[in-house]
Design a protein around this ligand. Sequence first.
Ligand code: SF4
Length: 345
Amino acid sequence: MDHKKSLLIIPIFLPHQGCPHQCSFCNQNKISNTPSRLPSTSFMNREINRYLSFKRDPDTPVQIAFYGGNFLGIPFSSIIMLLDEAAAFVHAGKADSIRFSTRPDTISNEILDKLEPYRISTIELGAQSMDDRILSLSNRGHTAEDTARAASTIKQRNIQLGIQMMTGLPGDEGRQSIETANKIIGLSPDFVRIYPTLVLSKSPLEKSYTRGEYSPMSLENSVKLAAKIYCLFTKSGIPVIRMGLQASDGLEKNEGLVAGPFHPAFGHLVLSEIFLEKVKERLQCRQNVRDKEAVIHVHATGISKMRGLKNQNIHALQRMFRLKAVHILSDDTLRKDQVMVNIRD
Ligand code: SF4
């Protein structure tokens, strides 16, 4: 499945189902705003049909996705119950594929052999870090080697591989996140997601935070770090399909969020930061821009990212380079990530 094509993903949340314990940063109930229980087949049926009713283009591929837990840690009879329900939609031609997210230490050839009849198209591994000390500090209970082994097992079966990583975990000073990204690139995933660590209520990390043992990253530093990591992945041809947690009602209203770099448009902030850095680089190479006007050309899809939220990038450039004005113009002959800067009096 090509992630660049639009895809209707029908999420079935299984908060904490199959988890051997609670990882220190995690509270899936707050993230998904869903209580911890396996959905009944009738609930799944209703939910899938509800999403299918949103489908406008009959050619849009549909994928049923099990998120929010450790899918392969669920008792096998329940895995089969969930997959049978999803597969019924695939067999009826109403859905095209099935995906799930799971811990790296649940992947084995034996379990994937058993799931072969379901033709799973995508598996997402919650790697979080490729540093064993950081994994241990977050009580993950698996190693970086488990992730490498799982990734290779999945790829050998021609199943799409997604990898999720986190920044700002306890013990991570940023350098380790960069190293994690580089090690993940070595595993050749088909796509990645980047999540900054948040302090969620009723998570073990909340206790560390309250005791003063853990300080989350600031939003600004978290955006800058994610921007560096995003560029590492995209330069290696690996799409970053999500940055930052999706805003559930609880997170949006700050009910489940105790502290940390949450922003409902985190991904947009990161892409804006990347555009800002590109223009700064160009202007730093130019002489005498003070009191002049900068005319920045970007593809139409990049206009709002170039401006930044509330025109922050424009204000920052004016301030930094003492520019008289900054104009942003769309130019669809440019690539979507390209920036051209002209200076005029
Ligand atoms: S991070 Fe994954 S394995 Fe850990 S508690 Fe959360 S859902 Fe379970």
